[in-house]
Design a protein around this ligand. Structure first.
Ligand code: HEM
Length: 159
């Protein structure tokens, strides 16, 4: 149900990185083995604090082709899980966001009503700034008008 809406939500969360970083305490030594011997092999010792930065994954061109592009279709056919090794908008593992499904449902209902009830048009352009959260060079001004074809508009006209 509402599959495309969930693709839009995943893509917005991927680009938006609402939670820019998460701290984790290393409980036992972790061996990291990179592609090339020795140079990228190292140990994260137990007791260290690690900063997990989801946007490094979310903007990795090896995982997401043309990562700066807003393209909901890239999620087509993929399982829209709240957390995976390549999508961490809601964190991951044992501390995965407890409200993830609830938040997704709220966003889906809001987006559905927004785009089916209203027409939106951009008044002037703004540019995206990542610092590290998503911001805009200046406020985005839009015109919102009720879509005359929307069911809520037709219902309101009955009275
Ligand atoms: C788009 C909306 C949301 C985003 C992006 C988000 C993101 C996150 C992230 C990244 C974490 C993990 C933090 C960490 O591992 O240190 C987290 C944890 C958590 N979130 Fe959310 N969250 C959202 C909405 C919500 C909502 C609506 C609720 C409650 C109704 C909620 C409740 C929680 C709770 C209780 C935790 C702690 C889980 C634990 O540590 O076991 N979140 N959230």
């Amino acid at each position: 149900m509402m599959n495309f809406t969930h693709m839009v939500i995943n893509e917005s969360l991927r680009l938006g990185s609402l939670s820019p970083a998460m701290f984790r305490k290393v409980v036992s030594d972790v061996e990291i083995k990179g592609k090339f011997e020795s140079l990228f092999w190292y140990t994260i010792p137990a007791g260290w604090i690690v900063l997990v930065v989801p946007s490094l994954l979310h903007y990795d061109p090896q995982i997401y082709e043309q990562p700066c592009e807003f393209n909901p279709w890239r999620w087509e056919g993929k399982e829209l899980l709240c957390g995976s090794k390549t999508f961490m908008a809601f964190g991951g593992g044992a501390r995965l966001c407890a409200g993830a499904e609830f938040a997704r449902l709220g966003m889906a209902i809001f987006l559905h009503h927004l785009v089916t009830t209203y027409d939106l048009s951009l008044i002037d352009k703004s540019y995206i700034i990542r610092a590290p959260l998503l911001r805009f060079s200046k406020p985005i001004r839009i015109t919102i008008s009720e879509n005359p074809l929307s069911s809520s508009h037709q219902y309101a006209n009955l009275f």
